[in-house]
Design a protein around this ligand. Structure first.
Ligand code: DC
Length: 230
């Protein structure tokens, strides 16, 4: 059976994971959040006291890391450190969402050896399932033959506003200016790095969600994907 892949790339806070998750459900595909894989490695580095941007230290760390992912009964992607849960792996799905881990993930993900190390895990998913996979280099590097490639974006200011609203809903409030400068710093690190930088694949379709609601964004994405998946 030939599995199909939808690759969704774009900067942080463009709504990729929310929209990709819903899209996967609608299409009956598996949703693969590749950022969560980098985050899990970032968390591992922090937990071992390793600086996530120190190439030598991270290199020494890689042979001892065991990242496992699976899908719970809720259909959500769970991340484990230390292997499968039945072999003692620890579920870190919630712990990888802190600002410290975001920063560590962005730093480890800039190292080419880390990208190579995590490649098989990502490609393996697309070899075994029809997937909606989101990240930064899915259409350009990980799945260059994906049936549909989307570059999902929104202006930095819009992404910062959305992030502030989301944080507020969760009871945390961080100043808009801080969130905006974090977003711009991560954008420039993700786009400026030499290893698989964030960029739109030549054959990707640009979907800009600035100024439109989440529902409108989803309808636009679904229509675009359906037209191109046929
Ligand atoms: O999508 P996210 O914010 O959870 O990703 C966390 C970090 O991982 C982000 O700074 C960019 C990096 N990343 C990457 O380099 N390549 C991917 N395919 C996915 C994420």
């Amino acid at each position: 059976m030939k599995y199909k892949s939808v690759a969704i790339d774009g900067p942080s806070g463009a709504g990729k994971s929310t929209l990709a998750k819903r899209l996967a459900k609608e299409l009956g595909f598996i949703y693969v959040d590749t950022g969560a894989i980098y985050r899990t490695l970032g968390l591992f580095a922090l937990s071992r006291g390793v600086s996530p941007s120190d190439e030598e230290q991270v290199k020494e760390l890689l042979p001892s890391v065991s990242i496992y992912m699976d899908y719970g009964p809720d259909g959500l992607q769970h991340m484990y450190l230390g292997g499968k849960p039945e072999l003692g792996g620890v579920d870190v799905t919630d712990r990888i969402r802190t600002p410290e881990v975001s920063d560590a993930a962005s730093k480890v993900s800039a190292l080419p050896m880390v990208r190579d190390f995590l490649m098989d895990m990502q490609r393996g998913m697309a070899q075994n399932y029809s997937v909606v996979m989101d990240g930064r280099d899915i259409g350009t590097v990980v799945l260059p033959h994906a049936e549909v490639k989307i570059f999902l974006t929104a202006s930095p200011e819009e992404r910062a506003r959305r992030r502030c609203a989301e944080l507020q809903e969760r009871g945390t409030s961080i100043a808009y200016e801080t969130v905006l400068s974090d977003i711009m710093e991560r954008d420039s690190r993700d786009s400026g790095r030499s290893a698989a930088p964030l960029k739109q694949a030549e054959d990707a379709i640009l979907v800009d969600t600035t100024g439109i609601s989440l529902e409108e964004s989803f309808q636009l994405l679904l229509q675009t994907v359906r037209e191109n998946l046929a």
